[in-house]
Structures are given as C-alpha cells and as structure tokens.
Design a protein around this ligand. Structure first.
Ligand code: NAD
Length: 259
C-alpha cells in the first residue's frame, strides 16, 4: 500500500536509536523527508547516514536535548513547518515514589508531557493552515496499565494522553490527527537497560530476567522496533485521516483487557 506521504516533511524527535529511529526509517521508506534529533551527535549522524543510504531521502540531523528550550528551538529552526511530528524522548527512571521530589517530577513532566505539548503548540496551526498534519506521541503501555516501579512515567504520560484526547477531536476536521503509540516491550537499548536493572534487583541473570519478561507476553517474544515504526508510518498516512485521539497498543498481547 502506498501511504500517500511521499515528499512530506517529518520532525522525528529522539531518533538516533530505538523506537524513534524505527519511526524515522519507516517514514523514510515512504519517501518522507526527515529532520531527526537526539542528544548524541555521533549516533545521530550515523543514523542519518544509514537512512539516506537505504531510502534515498533528505535527512537533516539536529543534535540537542529536545526537553530544553534550546533543543526545541534548534529542531524547529531546521524544521519550522513539519507535516508530521513524532514526539519522543527518553523515559523517566524507575524507583519508589518516596524518593521523588518536585525536581524529579518536574523532569518527568517536562520530558514526557510538556515537551510534546510545546512542539504541538509550535507546529499545529501550520498543519491546520496546510490542511494536512499527523502527530504521533510515543508513550507507553503504562498509560493503560500502570507499571508500579514507573510511577513517574505513569503520571507524566497519562497527563499528555488526557490533553491529547481533547485536542485531537478539535483538529481532525482540518485533516490534522493526533494519536499515541503505546509500546510494550521492544528490543531497544532502553529495554536492555531496564532488564539489566530488574535482573540486578531480583538477583537473576539477564537471561533469567528476559525469560521472566517473556512469560507476560502472549506473543512469546520482544517486539521488533521495525514493527513499531511501520505502525507509526500507517498512522501518518493519507489513509489514516479518520483516526484521531487513539491510544494504539503494540505489545504482543500483554495488556489483558478486552478494551
Ligand atoms: P532508547 O534508549 O533505545 O532510545 C532513545 C532515543 O532517544 C535515543 O536516540 C536517545 O539519544 C534519544 N533521546 C533520549 N532522550 C532525549 C532527549 N532528551 N532529547 C533528544 N533525544 C533524546 O529508547 P526506546 O526504547 O526507543 O524508548 C523510546 C521511548 O519509548 C522512551 O520514552 C521509553 O520510555 C518509551 N518506551 C519504550 C519501551 C520499549 O519497549 N522500548 C516501552 C515502553 C515505553
């Protein structure tokens, strides 16, 4: 299926590795021009070069921390009028809520709620004027089923989800949709780190920790980031103009609810 987005421009945040990178790749395969960001220049430049080589599209790499004013200014200067915005940043740490002071909460809210809202604010009216826009927020299954050790993520991402639920219904008549992608367990650096942390805390080897995680995933495996990227590309497609305000779980069946 041709997704009808060839020649569009996407700003994909936090895209040197993992899920953001996979979204950038899948959009590039559809002929979308990219501006990608991440904190570390080396990995970002390497990803940009790989995408250019594999997909033959224009890719601009903008190093910077997207959770800062400076990082957002640099990203928007390189991509002032995106047709597609993929909001992403690193996730908050695990822990016990007794350890989290206001500063810890502000960091999580800033990265996983306020930063995407700022980027939406900066780009949405242009999308409305041009009568095309696709905004994807990478959130987490923690929005549907809170993860006890990830209270900062549960709180901050649910705040974003509530905000988006209201806004997405106001923009769809202009062919501007806003949807959230909720990853379960995908094989990325973040998952490798959280599994290592879990193994250490539980006194298991990393292999035992991985086996433990797989027991809760009906698919019996971790997700491949490419599967995630392709779902992102579909939600950014011309065909998906009637889909907005949705929370799309991609978790190998791990969430046990009927709805
Ligand atoms: P990852 O660690 O593999 O990759 C993160 C990418 O984001 C890297 O390119 C990194 O450079 C970039 N990045 C991080 N913070 C940034 C910042 N402040 N500014 C700019 N770039 C930044 O992570 P991932 O597994 O791809 O996860 C992406 C998001 O999805 C995270 O918020 C994570 O919590 C969430 N998530 C992931 C999973 C999973 O299974 N991988 C599950 C649930 C939620």
């Amino acid at each position: 299926m041709d997704l009808g987005i060839r020649g569009k421009t996407a700003l994909v945040c936090a895209a040197s590795k993992g899920l953001g990178r996979a979204c950038a790749f899948s959009l590039a395969r559809e002929g979308v021009r990219l501006v990608i960001t991440a904190r570390g220049r080396e990995a970002l430049d390497a990803t940009a070069a790989e995408i250019r080589k594999a997909c033959g599209v224009e890719v601009t790499a903008v190093p910077g921390d997207i959770t800062t004013d400076e990082g957002r200014r640099a990203a928007l200067a390189a991509c002032p009028a995106p047709d597609i915005l993929v909001n992403n940043a690193g996730g908050p740490p695990t822990g016990d809520f007794r350890e989290w002071d206001r500063d810890a909460w502000f960091k999580a809210l800033n990265a996983n709620m306020l930063t995407p809202i700022e980027l939406i604010r900066a780009t949405l009216d242009g999308m409305i004027a041009r009568k095309f826009g696709r905004i994807i927020n990478i959130t987490s299954t923690s929005v549907k089923a809170p993860i006890p050790a990830l209270g900062l993520s549960n709180g901050a991402r649910t705040g974003l989800t509530g905000f988006v639920a209201g806004l997405a219904r106001q923009t769809v008549k202009h062919n501007v949709t806003i949807n959230n992608l909720l990853p379960g367990s995908f094989l990325t650096d973040r998952t490798r780190q959280t599994l290592a942390g879990f193994a250490k805390a539980a006194g298991l080897t990393e292999e035992q920790a991985a086996a433990e995680r797989l027991r809760s995933i009906p698919a019996g495996r971790l997700g491949d980031p490419e599967e995630f990227g392709d779902a992102c590309a579909y939600l950014c497609s011309a065909q998906a103009s009637y889909v907005t305000g949705q929370n799309f779980l991609i978790d190998g069946g791990a969430y046990p609810g009927t709805f």
